[in-house]
Ligand binder design. Structure first.
Ligand SMILES: [Fe+2]
Length: 386
């Protein structure tokens, strides 16, 4: 027996007006500082207030959010007693909103209880709404929450089916506030989610359907994100929906070692998540290919038969795309760190990746030595042929 979990999707330009129909009495709106600085929450608050309800803004989410951020948001929730909790932003904000919602509903639980085996009934006090303002993480559609334990601390990978928001509002107009580089980084993350979901041991016919469609859209639209005139509106809209499709795919099938390595790198160094997951994707495909050859063949219609003929062919197709859009192909391209600093960090990077939950559903479980070789390949930009 298996499940496919999805939020109810509301989509289209201007679809944030749907918030009015929720008739919130008290809505807690969680977003990040940068979004608040750009005035984006005001566009959402207006609709939340339509029914005469109150809105409290919690705008303290930073990139790579910490456990302490959730603790502060939870304090705000306990004081305000919302009946609607809205996460507005990128993956970091949506993850904070999901964790806050769970602990607000179940004050008897702690963060470490947010795992699939906990008996949890949420939705008694509030409903959770996810509104992505980037087009990549897919967090609005998934059961996963990634938090950092402290400065430079490990990533906590939490998950429970009930953390999937009740509603996900996909309004591409909100994504238009993204800087161009963020558009590319986050779309690269969406491609990584989709390719890893296809190859996962937990892949299934429903996750495959979304993953294949997302790959097709992303391959076609990603090169259009780098034009001098900015991202065209149809591309913006397609990327926004493809990101949620990727979220539905990996949310129901898991990701793999590209994400294990990206979480490890992101917990040690300040690198945008999508840039990290994107850079590791070609190496992971080369490593996995023989163990999941038939699964990768499902991408034949999206990519063409020659590009799924071998791990190197598929990796090269992705590398060509990365070159087209200016994505990093190696760790030193993505991060200004020296070779000695990398060598010093390597044992910890390997250990953190090894302990990631993303490894368990990867079609080929790497040994510690293989993980080290994978990190070295990604540092040097060399092919994975082991
Ligand atoms: Fe990701």
């Amino acid at each position: 027996m298996w499940f496919f979990t999805s939020p109810r999707l509301v989509f289209g330009p201007g679809s944030i007006e749907f918030l009015a129909s929720l008739q919130a009495r008290r809505a807690l709106l969680i977003c990040d500082r940068e979004l608040a600085r750009r005035g984006v929450p005001a566009r959402v608050e207006e609709h939340l207030r339509t029914g005469g309800g109150e809105v409290r803004l919690f705008a303290e989410v930073d990139p790579e959010p910490k456990v302490s951020t959730v603790e502060r948001a939870l304090t705000a929730a306990k004081e305000f007693q919302p009946d609607v909790i809205v996460g507005l932003g990128g993956g970091s904000t949506l993850d904070v909103a999901k964790a806050t919602y769970a602990l607000y509903e179940r004050p008897d639980l702690g963060l470490m209880d947010l795992h699939p085996l906990t008996d949890m009934t949420l939705g008694q006090r509030a409903i959770l709404v996810g509104i992505p303002t980037t087009s990549g993480t897919g967090s609005e559609a998934t059961w996963a929450v990634v938090l950092t334990e402290g400065e430079g601390g490990r990533k906590l990978e939490l998950a429970h089916r009930e953390l999937v928001p009740r509603w996900a509002i996909l309004d591409p107009d909100l994504a238009a506030t993204m800087p161009p580089k963020v558009t590319t980084d986050t779309a690269a993350d969406a491609l990584c989610h989709s390719v890893e979901a296809i190859a996962s041991d937990w892949s299934n016919p429903f996750s495959d359907a979304y993953a294949k469609q997302a790959v097709e859209i992303l391959m076609e639209e990603l090169p259009r994100t780098t034009g001098a005139k900015g991202v065209p509106s149809p591309t913006r809209e397609s990327l926004h929906y493809a990101a949620t499709m990727g979220g539905l795919a990996f949310g129901n099938a898991q990701v793999g070692i590209a994400h294990a390595m990206a979480h490890a790198l992101g917990s040690k160094f300040p690198v945008p998540h999508g840039r990290a997951s994107g850079l590791f994707l070609p190496y992971s495909v080369e490593f996995n290919f023989d163990a999941a050859r038939e699964r990768y063949q499902k991408l034949r219609s999206a990519l063409g038969a020659p590009h799924v003929a071998s791990g190197h062919a598929l990796a090269d197709r992705i590398r060509t795309l990365w070159d087209q859009v200016g994505m990093s192909r190696t760790i030193p391209q993505a991060l200004p760190i020296s070779a000695p600093d990398f060598e010093k960090a390597l044992p910890d990077l390997v250990s953190r990746a090894d302990q990631s939950t993303c490894v368990s559903s990867n079609p080929r479980v790497p040994t510690t030595a293989e993980l080290e070789r994978l990190f070295r390949a990604a540092w040097n930009g060399t092919r994975v042929d082991f």
